[in-house]
Design a binder for this molecule. Structure first.
Ligand code: FMN
Length: 208
């Protein structure tokens, strides 16, 4: 009886934490958008955004394209060196900052703060974008971190970034890959420690 009560209390606490800290995304639509060649034809950096929010369905479609799971063995839409899968994707929007967890198709909340200004870092009107995707290479996932694995991280980040560029076009969104951001504040707020390289961000929204 005691064990049952403990199990029920644990389940309630776990559910409560998840409900508060996790956003379950709708299943991604894997047939959204235009042809690859139309997306390539249209891809261009955009730096002026409407403030209109991006619906969670569209966000789910975009995150799946960025680095979602596309095979039964858990491999991803983006290649990674030795299938290390070291690129982590974070979402910053007005209701807080999250990490995208592909296997659960959800966002796990890391901060209640709106960090978009810290990502925009004062560049033009880019801070108007309703959200930013941040790409982090977790070099700790390599057995022997070093200059070679840092290169792998940067290359692998580029694949995810290009997936985002093309998927944005296909979904009627706009973006620009950016290296500029307030690294120090973002690393602190997102809890990025040693070996977690914050490489690129993407404002995402509807073109003004
Ligand atoms: C690694 C990298 C870093 C970039 N950083 C920034 C940036 O901080 N701010 C910005 O406005 N654009 C940035 N860009 C976008 C480039 O300026 C843009 O891709 C380039 O001018 C070519 O324009 P296009 O993307 O429209 O073809 C970056 C692009 C790359 C690939």
């Amino acid at each position: 009886m005691k064990k049952l009560v403990v199990a029920i209390v644990a389940a309630i606490l776990t559910f409560g934490a998840c409900a508060q800290d996790k956003v379950n995304l709708p299943a991604p639509r894997k047939d959204a958008g235009m042809t690859l060649y139309q997306a390539l034809q249209q891809r261009a950096s955009v730096r002026d955004f409407k403030t209109d929010p991006v619906p969670d369905q569209t966000l789910s479609d975009l995150l799946w394209a960025a680095r979602g799971i596309n095979r039964e063995d858990g491999r991803l839409t983006a290649p990674t060196a030795m299938n290390t899968q070291e690129i982590r994707v974070y979402v910053c929007r007005n209701d807080g900052a999250y990490e995208y967890i592909a296997k659960d198709n959800c966002l796990v909340k890391l901060s209640d703060k709106d960090l978009r200004k810290d990502v925009a870092a004062g560049q033009g009107n880019i801070g108007d974008a309703p959200m930013f995707l941040l790409l982090v290479a977790d070099l700790n996932k390599y057995n022997r971190p070093g200059p070679r694995t840092a290169t792998f991280g940067a290359v692998d980040c580029g694949y995810v970034s290009q997936n985002i560029c093309l998927a944005c076009e296909a979904l009627g969104l706009s973006t620009v890959p950016r290296a500029m951001m307030d690294q120090e504040t973002l690393k602190k707020e997102l809890g990025l420690g040693e070996g977690m390289e914050l490489l690129i961000n993407h404002p995402v929204g509807y073109r003004k």
